[in-house]
Design a protein around this ligand. Sequence first.
Ligand SMILES: [Zn+2]
Length: 89
Amino acid sequence: MSVVKLIEEMTLRSIIEQGHGLSFECDNCWRLVAVDVLDLIGRFGADATVGDVRRKLVCRRCNKRRARALVRTGNRKDECMPTRSRAGR
Ligand SMILES: [Zn+2]
């Protein structure tokens, strides 16, 4: 199973439990947004998966539905799964 698939199937609860952070990056214009996982749980529920949330997101800059999920596993910008963000922020 690929890392991307693993992340797609992570629930919002498990991200909180592991102390991870979650960002979404637009695959079209590279807009990067760090999201508040607790806020997402309020909207979608703790059992929603990263994939569920990702498919609902529309980029506010280019209006494309092409988000990529990035799970932040640490404080350094390269501590991300599956890869660090393209813009390197
Ligand atoms: Zn975009």
